[in-house]
Design a protein around this ligand. Structure first.
Ligand SMILES: O=C[C@H](O)[C@H](O)[C@H](O)COP(=O)(O)O
Length: 262
């Protein structure tokens, strides 16, 4: 089991480490955003520096782009790469069908575009992100700033007529000001508690003028790699319907960080 890490960070780390097995020389790789995806970027960076792995990364946020460059991963844009071999990203929630809620860190728009432009999407997550029904995590909706209050009111009206529990919405804040995404938009979080029909909700919400995208990833994810605090990982493949168990052996994560500071 990796040393120096809390159980939750161990779970994130082992999921990220196992996901590196899916990355081969010459691949174009979508790099997710968030604390779990940051572990992936660090691990891939180590493979680039130590093993000479040659990959091109397409980051899903300015934060990830910065980290990727810092650890030595060559970075390009999606327009340059055009199509990706694999995207590996975290999630706020995932269910049995590997439908996801994403956007807790505000990067859902680029994440969805990048994941959709990939042969395969792999989600990496600690066990706590697994749910029976999506919705306990507030669903992020990216909206354009123009008329955002009207868009928010329309969102409230829409969800009040749907198969969801809870009807509150809130504008995501960054201190005193609205949180602004990499694309210059705002985020309205829907506090639903339970989403009965995620597929329908995703379609309906995107019909509202002012909505740019929602954080539901339906039929996009192929594989979930679920990390546990004791170093175990489960690899669930939705296409084959199989789940494999694995264990990541001791890895000196201190060294991983020390390398970065060299
Ligand atoms: O916008 C952020 C992303 O969707 C993240 O992948 C998601 O919020 C999970 O982040 P974390 O790995 O930090 O829990």
């Amino acid at each position: 089991m990796p040393g120096q890490l809390s159980p939750i960070d161990t779970a994130k780390f082992v999921a990220a480490k196992r996901a590196c097995d899916y990355v081969e020389d010459g691949m174009r790789v979508g790099l997710g955003t968030g604390s779990t995806a940051a572990w992936l970027v660090r691990c891939l960076g180590e493979m680039v520096r130590e093993d000479g792995l040659r990959i091109v990364g397409v980051p899903t946020s300015t934060r990830t782009a910065e980290l990727a460059r810092q650890v030595g991963i060559k970075v390009t844009t999606l327009d340059e790469a055009k199509w990706l071999d694999v995207t590996i990203d975290g999630a706020d929630e995932f269910d049995r069908e590997l439908n996801l809620i994403k956007g807790g860190g505000g990067a859902l728009l680029q994440e969805k575009i990048v994941a959709t432009a990939s042969d395969q999407m792999i989600v990496i997550a600690d066990k706590t992100k697994q749910v029976e029904t999506l919705g306990a995590f507030p669903l992020p909706i990216e909206v354009v700033p123009f008329g955002w209050q009207t868009t928010k009111a329309l969102l409230e009206e829409t969800i009040s007529s749907m198969d969801v529990l809870g009807e509150k919405t809130s504008l995501r804040m960054d201190g005193e000001k609205p949180y602004v995404t990499d694309e210059g938009n705002y985020i309205v979080d829907l506090h639903l508690n339970r989403i009965g029909n995620a597929r329908q909700l995703a379609l309906v919400v995107n019909q509202i003028p002012g909505v740019v995208e929602n954080g539901l990833f339906i039929d996009i994810c192929d594989i979930a790699i679920i990390g546990h605090g004791d170093g175990r990982v489960e690899v669930r493949d939705i296409n084959t319907g199989t789940t494999q168990e694995d264990r990541i052996e001791f890895v000196d994560t201190e060294n991983l960080f020390r390398d970065l500071n060299d």
